[in-house]
Write a protein that binds this ligand. Structure first.
Ligand code: S3P
Ligand code: PEP
Length: 454
């Protein structure tokens, strides 16, 4: 849903290109003709939707998810849980972004195969569900999913008593030989490459015979708010969670309560829209911003002022206002790596140097995001240097050109941010945004130049 002062109903985001072949077309990123003045309604959180789907499938009765995210990642999760025995029905929702989901847990049966696509939440959260099922479940995904680290889940589940066959690479594909129960207990894992390893074991642990005591052994732990989100969703369903020490979590065995839950808007997906106010000047508002949340996207309220924005939160509406001048920043994004692509795009348009650190692990996201951001910005004339755990960005005059997306939704949206300020930026494979925000081009175009609301 977009409320905009502008209206241009015939706008076609792909310009005059024909629809005849299926090769991804380049999408000319729209440039605003003046300052922005828009309000954008953002669909549901990927991280909350996929956690609540898993917990609902393991719960002690039927659950309802209101205004869940409908996107590639959440649809893959729905299909995975259905194929393991959950019943997931669509019921009319009033959220404006599609149906609600009614999830009725069923007996977990393996003897199936799971397509993880490129979804970290599916490849890391569903294996422990499959371990509770009776029968083998094979896991695979997109070609690029086979590059993403999985060893901590594979070895972690083995440590909890699960039999798994893999190709010895600690990656997809692999098969979980479920026996209908998981002994559980204490397990050490190295979660320095992804917080999802902790979440993936913790989400299901209440259904293990002895629960789980998860001990992180690595030096760094990225995306801690995402672990807190997992623990919060568990506690909200009556699961007893303890934090005996830093980097340790104990989840007691016990029932997972069924719930009726409204999913918050995806605050990380709000990042490029809010960043747009900094680039174009003017203001962008997001209605439905939660007063309290575990989503890391809430940190945008503190991050964007470093670039020069004014941020207000009034009555559930977050508004970012800015002059169009962007300051350089020095930021540690170890907690909020998911926001890095949008933040780096802003830094590439800033009038001073920036250094963004704490994000070495995002080399293992949908693509090596440090390399991809440096490549694409530098191709347009930027001065970005890769650091071991981040990027250093010098001010530079950028020019137009093709921006590759690397099958990464956040690379595509980052290119669109640059395209607000630079003529002739063309995003290759913008459709990859369907991973978490299938409405991206419509929402973006309506924000920038007006157009049909979604
Ligand atoms: O648990 C989650 O929902 C997520 C955790 C984070 O993963 P990493 O810890 O791998 O960064 C985040 O970047 C990802 O987008 C979603
Ligand atoms: C890292 C991300 O996704 P995934 O859940 O696939 O890890 C992301 O959305 O930025």
């Amino acid at each position: 849903m977009l409320i905009s002062k502008y209206s241009q109903p015939d706008f076609n985001p792909f310009g005059d290109q024909s629809d005849e072949d299926e090769t991804p077309k380049n999408w000319p990123a729209p440039r605003p003709s003046g300052q922005l003045d828009a309000a954008v309604r953002i669909p549901g959180s990927k991280s909350l939707t996929n956690r609540e789907l898993v917990l609902s499938a393991l719960a002690d009765g039927p659950s309802r998810l209101r205004a869940p995210l409908h996107s590639r990642d959440s649809n893959l999760m729905v299909e995975a849980l259905r194929s393991l025995g959950a019943t997931i029905d669509e019921v009319p929702g009033d959220g404006g972004f599609g149906a609600d989901w009614l999830i009725t847990p069923g007996e977990l049966i393996g003897s199936t195969s799971i397509d993880c696509g490129l979804a970290g939440t599916v490849m890391r959260f569903v294996p422990s569900v499959a371990a509770l099922a009776l029968g083998p479940t094979s896991f695979d995904g997109d070609a690029s999913a086979r590059r993403r680290p999985m060893a901590a889940i594979i070895n972690g589940l083995r440590g909890l008593g699960v039999d798994i066959t893999d190709e010895g690479r600690g990656k997809l594909p692999f098969t979980i030989h479920g026996t209908g129960n998981v002994p559980g207990g204490r397990v050490e894992i190295d979660a320095s490459l992804s917080s999802q390893f902790v979440s993936g074991l913790a989400l299901t642990a209440a259904r293990f015979d002895e629960g789980a005591h998860i001990v992180h052994t690595g030096e760094r732990l990225p995306s801690i708010p995402h672990i807190e989100m997992t623990l919060d969703t568990l506690e909200a369903r009556g699961v007893v969670v303890e934090r005996p020490a830093e980097g340790e979590w104990r989840i007691q065995a016990g029932p997972i309560a069924a719930r009726d839950i409204a999913i918050e808007p995806d605050l990380s997906n709000a990042a490029p829209f809010l960043a747009a106010a900094l680039v174009a000047g003017g203001s962008v508002s997001i209605p439905g911003w939660p007063a309290q949340t575990t989503q890391v996207g809430d940190q945008l309220r503190h991050i964007l002022p470093h670039f020069g924005a004014t941020v207000t939160l009034d009555d559930g509406v977050l508004t970012v206002s800015a002059s169009g001048e962007i300051s350089g920043v020095t930021l540690d994004l170890s907690e909020a790596g998911e926001l890095a692509p949008a933040v780096v795009s802003l830094a590439a348009l800033a009038n001073g140097p920036s250094v963004i650190t704490g994000i070495g692990h995002i080399r293992h996201h949908e693509t090596d995001r440090l390399a991809a951001l440096a490549n694409e910005i530098n191709k347009l004339g930027g001065k970005v240097t890769e650091l071991e755990d981040g990027l250093s960005i010098e001010p530079a005059q950028l020019h137009g050109g093709e921006w590759l997306s690397y099958e990464d939704h956040r690379m595509a949206t980052s290119g669109a941010i640059i395209g607000l300020a630079v003529d002739g930026v063309e995003i290759n494979d913008v459709q990859t945004t369907s991973k978490t925000l299938p409405q991206f081009t419509e929402l973006w175009t309506a924000m920038v130049v007006g157009g049909p609301s979604v």
